[in-house]
Design a protein around this ligand. Structure first.
Ligand code: 147
Length: 638
């Protein structure tokens, strides 16, 4: 029974008082960044539409209220590189990549969704030109204004714009950005600063009133900690005294299954502990090869476009417990927020223009059922309310996002441990029922001549880790080719990978096979081309696997590149050695030459590179001539 009869000891009570209004709620969202959506766009229909429904369609799944996207910079930004709209001062292409498409799809499902944008890296010409280039230039501001122009061409209104992901701030740059937005007719775009850590931005804002005035929203990352249980999510009193909205503008980084419980905590506690009124999860959907870092970190998973398989797991429903019952513009009800004595937390929100309210509670850390009596006052609807629940301790999807029934103010609820609950007077909720097809390997033989891909596009399944590989008309032979088009070092984000690489394939089922590519170097003899095989990991500047490199100066080398260990905490912001964006892995990459020699390969001619893997035997050849046969058992598949 939901409503237990009152017992001797009075149960704890929560009063949802419509007059006790707190801060304005700005919404729960997710982040498509770091090439996290790369494989989603290649999904077949109807699966692709179903996945988008799970993410964006109201009353169906996560029903996200904010979509935050990366402004691509042709440089590695975690799980790959996203393309830039403006690679040179005279270039402009508003159709590269998949973020425009994604924003359009989100808006088509929910016209009220808010859009937010931020750059991780940027083309070199927009940068400061220093040894460690920054984006704090007027050229970069022009570049961002051009991006907003592209958004307008796509009929997309951008609600929030940040500076440089985890790159801290240059206060005067934010002042100029704020001015430029006004001058170019984007005065309603809210400026977020500084998408970094520890509320460090408060100090430069306090020291520079013009900077403070230029900032509409203070957004901080990982306010509940990093890759942890996300138990506490505080903000300093000085932040709360600013009179500006405070956002948890990136958090998450946990898998769509095991991350659901920490995520549930991190949806309510940033408001309870720190007066933050928005949280954004990285990532939206784990749509990158498992080869790359932070496998499965997203609200959903979908990285097999060939099979159409996807995972709509508990994280989706943890989010739905807030998003399906509120809207941006609602207000928190401060009489009904806090921690439960038996473990867990709760917040309540109310509609600004009706008597509706919703109370969201999580009991993740409770160990026993607990009672909670609720009452309603202050002009809110005092009739029956509906209770929804998700049992996050269960792997049974039938126990997620369940409509339990009706309760009334004055009733005492019994809250089971390990759950998320929503008590609401709103309607229109729903649970999507689309079912994923089974997972399947990417079958061999696999080949792509790019003839069915548009010039300028990224061919299906091909995923750039750094740089940009585009379909082009071939030079010196008929047909289409893939060309790496970035010739200038971009302003990198954290410098994990700073050489152009693109990958395609299957991490687990590709074991014994032959890989080949026809390649041509364009340049002055200082370039190289590599064919990689059995790629089984990527971290920092290592692409783990077997590499055959042929250089324009005539050297060739077969080598094995490995990751050192697997620890995923690259850099903690409290570590002084980690100056935010300068976070470089301090773990060296291990490279081992397996064979090397000289060829007559120069630039401007086509050559065929081949790698053949059979058990622990690796054979490399060039233009049909064997270069080496070696034994290497370091890499088994990929
Ligand atoms: C964040 C990035 O902003 C995301 O693009 C993605 O790479 C994510 C993966 O966890 O990480 O960057 C962080 C870097 C360092 C910390 C947190 C986030 N940290 O040390 O707390």
């Amino acid at each position: 029974a939901l409503a237990a009869p009152a017992r001797a000891a009075a149960p704890p009570q929560v009063t949802i008082d419509g007059a006790a209004s707190g801060r304005v709620f700005d919404g729960v969202g997710a982040l498509s960044a770091g090439a996290s959506s790369r494989l989603l766009v290649d999904y077949p229909e109807p699966q692709r539409s179903r996945i988008l429904d799970y993410l964006f369609k109201p009353g169906y799944g996560a029903a996200l209220q904010i979509l935050k996207v990366e402004i691509g910079g042709d440089t590695n930004s975690t799980d790959g590189a996203e393309p830039s709209h403006m690679r040179t001062p005279s270039d402009l292409n508003c159709d590269r990549g998949y973020e425009w498409w994604l924003m359009e799809q989100a808006k088509a499902r929910n016209p009220g969704i808010k859009l937010s944008a931020l750059q991780w890296g940027a083309p070199g010409w927009t940068g400061s030109g220093d040894a460690r280039p920054t984006v704090w230039t007027d050229r970069n501001i022009d570049y961002l204004i051009s991006w907003l122009g592209c958004a307008a061409r796509h009929h997309l209104r951008i609600d929030y714009l940040g500076g440089w992901n985890e790159g801290y701030s240059d206060g005067d740059w934010f002042v100029r950005l704020h001015q430029a937005l006004r001058e170019h007719g984007y005065g309603d775009v809210k400026v977020v600063a500084d998408d970094s850590f520890n509320w460090d931005v408060l100090q430069p804002m306090a020291a520079n009133p013009a900077f403070a005035a230029a900032v509409d929203v203070v957004g901080q990352h990982y306010v509940c900690g990093y890759l942890s249980d996300y138990l506490q999510c505080p903000s300093p009193a000085a932040a709360q005294a600013l009179g500006k909205p405070l956002h948890a503008s990136e958090q998450g980084s946990l898998p769509y299954d095991s991350g659901a419980a920490p995520l549930a905590r991190a949806l309510s506690r940033p408001y309870i502990d720190g007066a933050m009124t928005s949280t954004i999860n990285w990532s939206l959907i784990a749509s990158w090869y498992d080869t790359m870092p932070f496998q499965a970190s997203g609200l959903m998973g979908a990285n097999e476009p060939w099979s159409g398989a996807y995972v709509a797991g508990p994280s989706l429903w943890a989010v739905a417990h807030t998003t399906q019952f509120t809207r941006p513009g609602w207000r928190y009800v401060d009489s009904a927020k806090g921690y439960l004595d038996g473990g867990g937390s709760y917040v309540a929100l109310r509609s600004p223009d009706s008597r509706d309210y919703s109370l969201i509670a999580e009991t993740i850390d409770a160990t026993a059922p607990q009672r909670l009596r609720f009452t309603v006052t202050g002009g809110l609807a005092d009739g029956p309310a509906t209770l929804w629940s998700t049992d996050l301790s269960s792997g049974d999807s039938r126990r997620w996002f369940v409509r339990e029934g009706t309760v009334r103010p004055g009733d005492t609820l019994t809250l089971a441990p390990g759950h998320v609950y929503t008590l609401t007077t709103t309607r229109g909720q729903g649970k999507g029922r689309a079912v994923s097809p089974p997972a399947a390997p990417l079958r061999l033989p696999y080949r792509d001549g790019f003839d069915s891909s548009a010039v300028g596009s990224s061919p299906r399944y091909v995923s750039d880790l750094d740089g940009a590989f585009e379909v082009a008309r071939c030079d010196g032979r008929p047909g289409r080719c893939l060309r790496q088009v970035i010739g200038e070092q971009p302003v990198w984000w954290n410098g994990w990978l700073r050489r152009p690489v693109t990958i395609v394939g299957d991490l687990r089922s590709w074991r014994d096979y032959e890989a080949g590519v026809d390649a041509r170097l364009d340049g002055d003899g200082d370039g190289w081309v590599e064919l990689l095989g059995r790629v089984d990991g990527q971290w920092a500047d290592a692409v783990s696997g077997i590499h055959l490199r042929v250089s324009g100066d005539g050297d060739w080398q077969l080598y094995d590149e490995n990751l050192q260990g697997q620890d995923s905490t690259l850099c903690v912001p409290s570590d002084p050695a980690c100056a935010g964006v300068q976070a470089q892995s301090r773990r060296p990459v291990q490279r081992r030459t397996l064979a090397a020699g000289r060829t007559t390969v120069g630039e401007g001619t086509w050559h065929r590179l081949r790698l053949r893997f059979s058990g622990d035997e690796v054979t490399a050849s060039l233009d049909g001539r064997r270069l080496a046969r070696v034994v290497s058992s370091t890499h088994v598949s990929g």
